[in-house]
Ligand binder design. Sequence first.
Ligand SMILES: *[C@@H]1O[C@H](CO)[C@@H](O)[C@H](O)[C@H]1NC(C)=O
Ligand SMILES: *[C@@H]1O[C@H](CO)[C@@H](O)[C@H](O)[C@H]1NC(C)=O
Ligand SMILES: [Zn+2]
Length: 576
Amino acid sequence: MKSEAAPVLPLGAGSQQGTPKRPQRKSFALVFLSLILFCVTFSDFGFLQRLLPQNGGAVDFKSGCTQPEPLLPGQNSDLEKAYDHIASSAFRNATIKRLSAAVQVKTESFDDLGAIGEDPRWDVFYGFHDFLEKTFPRIHKQLLVEKINTHGLLYTWKGSDESLKPTLLMAHQDTVPVPPETISSWTYPPWSGAYDGQYIWGRGASDCKNQLIAAMETLELLLEAKFQPKRTILLSFGFDEECSGTRGASQLADFIQKRYGNDGIAVVVDEGSGFEQAWGTLFAKPGTAEKGYTDVHITVRMPGGHSSVPSDHTSIGILSELITKIEAEQYRTRLVDANPYYTQLQCGAAYSPEFPSKLKQLLGRRPSHNTCKAKPDHLALEAAKQGPEIKYLMQTSQAVDVISGGIKVNALPERATVVVNHRINIGETTQAVKDRLTSLAGEVAKKHNLSLHAFDGKEEPSSIILSPSTYELEVAPVTPADGSVKSPFSILAGTTRALYGKEVVVTPGIMTGNTDTRYYWDLTRHIFRFAPGFDPEDKAGLGSIHTVDERVSVLNHVNAVRWFMLFVRNMDEAEL
Ligand SMILES: *[C@@H]1O[C@H](CO)[C@@H](O)[C@H](O)[C@H]1NC(C)=O
Ligand SMILES: *[C@@H]1O[C@H](CO)[C@@H](O)[C@H](O)[C@H]1NC(C)=O
Ligand SMILES: [Zn+2]
């Protein structure tokens, strides 16, 4: 999982939101005015409606969070035997060994990697492939194995019915690096794959060689049990997820797209969020949405010269003024209906004993279509009081993270540069961020008689220059997650409740970072970023990824194998 993300519909309201491009100012003002009128009319109308009794006043939150019945595949004694085998101590011991061995193959990826075939640091993946080949012999003998861009892995288990779209399971082979200075802080060495009776320890144990090995274990077991899929099963493993995915997932997705076409895949399950206790309820939260992402670089250029005869404001001073303006206002907290957190609130209201009554009230009073962007979103603002982790599920974040400027105390700085990181809220766009920064930079430029180059790729002396990062991502399309209709989501939810019990409430979740699925958007609308393993005793969970003492509980891992086994079979039988 990569901790990155950010954009939305133009946000009409609030001075901090996108400012229109100049030539359109008049017509924008008109649209804006009518939007306000519309909002007022609309909300008044809603207000009147709320005065009328509705179902005796009780709001049916369950209809916004339908829980599919637990779903088990049809009877088949060989496959049931294979499933029961997962619970045996023999399988447990064997999979501990295999996951541990996977961790021991060091597959770090770095931001500064050179070309494949030139930079020797890529060669670790040959070793990882050898390990997989040795460890999962049936898969490598019976399935089609294709290497995409040298190290990407695509396994194909052809189904008997080619009219059915494939089930696709993803994971990545690479891990984030272990900074050498942190090695001594690890309880067990980071590449040991140590097993202490409860956890398997090491870099990649939880992000996400566990997911990769669980998918492999599942197919190996199914092959051994002579399963014959109707629906094609694909495994797709990238190898540079932690440093962009451009060589791995991107090329795998292109390859798969050429073979199966746009919307040619039934469902994708990749690494992602897992389970969480909230308001007294255990939620499973497959990620159905991802925030967008953009870094904006801002540079102020001013004439150089000797410090003894400075201008009143140096490039550093002017940049500071702009930074202060940027931070003076935050993006709006706003929850659109498509945001999975809205569904999660409904799930909480419907099923959680400790769900806050104030939130419930606001939720019940919310107009069914919250199209009005100009008004404060009281529901979102109230929900945001739970803390910044929740707030930023409903708000574009901005963080001034990197700054540089000046080289010598007796020389005026000719350039000062800052990078502002943004993760973009569902319903918004990277353009809205750029429009806002353009407007603020324009004010500062005018004040100091500088020219402005906003995202035009140009620059000149005495100017403020805005430029985007090379990596930029719009908000991901939101996966449909209506549990009341037959859909990949209801199969996933039914599988989860069959495995863990009906007390588990499955709700769509939102990722603030991105996974390799960012390249898979055209392949299917049904993308889930989900870590399906759960262990109620596990205190480490996903909290240990990307840091020291990364580990995964064995029960979590074994449960993931169970889940994949049920899910693959449920998808095989599903009429979608
Ligand atoms: C699994 O390992 C445990 C301890 O490591 C051992 O006691 C047990 O006998 C093993 N089970 C099998 C079936 O080998
Ligand atoms: C602003 O800058 C331009 C050239 O860049 C210059 O001709 C003009 O005199 C400046 N105005 C002020 C008020 O400094
Ligand atoms: Zn990952």
